[in-house]
Design a protein around this ligand. Structure first.
Ligand code: PLP
Length: 355
């Protein structure tokens, strides 16, 4: 094996069978019926004998129209993850450092390691997870690639478009705003409006979270035509199947129907946040979030996570061993009954009771 690959472990989403899965930030509300019918119809009429149109022109056109930019400013991938990989493949490498605002999405460092790209980690405030923006702008000058996750996974907080613009001005390379959860944030939080004035900016989006398409695998990046051309040069030509292209097009045509569950999740996020915050006298801390998950810190977190799974059949994400996130779990905001179950279970566990 390549030395850079030999040190890696297979990605482990730590999935196990559970009645309630709040571990992967999916949207588990009922799929809008018209959207589901459109997906089924699109798949039914799509032949599979021919290779896909490599750059997925029809889908890119729909995304470009949605965002009010040119088709040459859009690229699609097999999930946002493929585009993250391609971004580091195209713009990283030895002597071409990637700057991340840690703690953040672990996939960036996994790909950087594999692609032999040094990582500059600028740590967020350990108490608020806020970013020291002046220090980040200063470090930006030494990076060939910067990833700003907004809202950040797993801390849930936003970075402002003004800050992203400062990074673009300071960085000699590329700045990626990873907006996988932007649909759950307040209006005006996206950096996509900066694309006009900043040709080294790229904005990453996915249909996986708000649009209930995690299994379908479709992510996309918006950027200047030059950056898109660089990403196109390194991509595997047929990574997005004809079925995924056809189904994603149907999702995009029906995108407004997803607003209902997005609004519900935002309401449930606030309700769950308040319920968990009321457990602070038992040692629990929860941070506000602009995404569809909440980060909590609680005593004996790894044990609590195992009890949630084994006694309550609730799956959440254990981050308690992650640097900067000691004692933390990440809990997806689910349907009301699921949120009630996790609130009740955590209350029971913190009281030292058994089920
Ligand atoms: C989920 C996620 C993505 C992309 O997920 P895909 O399913 O590959 O589209 C990208 N960035 C962050 C921070 C995420 O949490």
């Amino acid at each position: 094996m390549r030395p850079a690959a030999a040190v890696l472990e297979p990605y482990d989403a730590a999935f196990s069978q559970a009645h309630i899965n709040l571990s992967a930030n999916e949207n588990d509300y009922p799929m809008p019926a018209a959207a589901r019918e459109a997906i089924d119809a699109a798949i039914a009429r799509t032949p599979t004998n021919r290779y896909p149109i490599a750059m997925a022109d029809e889908l890119r056109e729909a995304i470009a129209a949605w965002h009010g930019i040119g088709k040459d400013q859009v690229i699609v991938g097999n999930g946002g993850d493929e585009l993250l990989f391609n971004l580091i493949l195209a713009f990283g490498g030895t002597d071409r450092p990637l700057l991340v605002l840690a703690p953040t999405f672990s996939v960036y460092e996994l790909y950087a390691k594999l692609l032999e790209t040094p990582v500059i980690r600028l740590w967020r405030d350990p108490d608020t997870f806020g970013v020291d923006e002046d220090r980040a702008v200063e470090a930006a000058g030494r990076a060939n690639l910067i990833i700003v996750t907004t809202p950040n996974n797993p801390t849930g907080n936003l970075s402002s478009p003004e800050f992203v613009a400062r990074l673009c001005d300071a960085c000699p390379g590329i700045v990626l705003a990873d907006e996988a959860y932007i649909e759950f944030a307040e209006k005006g939080s996206s950096s996509e409006g900066l694309l006009v004035a900043h040709d080294n900016l790229s904005v990453l989006r996915t249909l996986s979270k708000a649009y209930q398409f995690a299994g379908g695998r479709l992510g996309y990046a918006l950027a200047s035509a030059d950056v898109i051309a660089a990403l196109a040069a390194v991509r595997q030509p047929y990574s997005v199947s004809v079925l995924a292209q056809a189904a994603a097009l149907a999702v995009i045509e029906h995108r407004f129907e997803f607003q209902h569950s997005i609004d519900r999740i935002r309401q449930e996020r606030q309700r769950t946040l308040l319920a968990l915050a009321s457990l602070s006298d038992m040692g629990l801390r929860v941070w506000p979030s602009s995404a569809n998950f909440l980060l909590v810190r609680l005593p004996h977190a790894a044990e609590a996570r195992a009890r949630l799974r084994d006694e309550f059949s609730i799956l959440v994400r254990d981050l308690s061993d992650t640097p900067g996130l000691t004692g933390c779990l990440r809990i997806t905001v689910g349907r009301p009954d699921e949120n009630d179950a996790v609130i009740g279970a955590i209350t029971t566990i913190l009281r030292g009771e058994s089920q």
